[in-house]
Write a protein that binds this ligand. Structure first.
Ligand code: HEM
Length: 147
């Protein structure tokens, strides 16, 4: 079960990145060109919040099952002094929770704001920060694919 979750988490990372980068480029272009917000952008919004939420749920379950995390919680002091353990016990989960929250806050702002340019602006800022955090806190030293 643990290895299936880890593999799923590994692969879904590429979905999050692909949809996230696509979404940010698209809303940034919409903001710059003063485009109208259309049904297509709403679909992109749903896709980005959807894959980010999926990865979040898999990440939480993985956190509860991971032997690495269990080892870290077993001796938190030692885990904080070990860069690899600290990454998986604290830094990666915490920053990814922030990133996923920003994706949702951005989507919430889009729904609230009434002007199209305001929608594009909010989405660009919140999703831009979210994708930067995601890129920065993915453990790139791990395999690029599970197989
Ligand atoms: C957009 C969000 C996220 C992305 C893109 C992401 C990406 C990744 C990647 C690529 C790995 C390495 C997988 C491997 O070694 O094959 C990983 C490991 C891990 N992630 Fe995430 N993650 C995200 C969110 C989360 C969240 C929210 C949590 C927990 C709250 C979490 C917990 C973990 C843990 C515990 C591991 C290491 C598990 C182990 O080696 O035993 N992740 N993550």
């Amino acid at each position: 079960m643990y290895s299936i979750l880890l593999s799923t988490h590994n692969v879904v990372r590429w979905l999050v990145l692909a949809v996230g980068v696509f979404a940010v480029v698209r809303v940034w272009r919409g903001w710059m060109t003063r485009a109208a917000w259309t049904e297509s952008e709403t679909k992109v919004l749903k896709a980005y919040t959807g894959v980010a939420s999926l990865q979040f749920v898999v990440g939480i379950v993985l956190y509860l099952m991971s032997p690495l995390v269990r080892q870290g919680w077993g001796d938190m002091g030692a885990a904080m002094r070990d860069a690899n353990l600290r990454k998986f016990v604290v830094e990666h989960p915490l920053m990814m929770i922030v990133a996923v929250a920003l994706v949702h806050i951005g989507a919430g702002r889009v729904r609230k704001v009434t002007s199209d340019s305001g929608r594009y602006q909010a989405a660009t800022i919140f999703w831009g920060i979210a994708i930067a955090i995601t890129l920065g806190f993915i453990p790139w030293a791990r395999p690029f694919l599970p197989f």
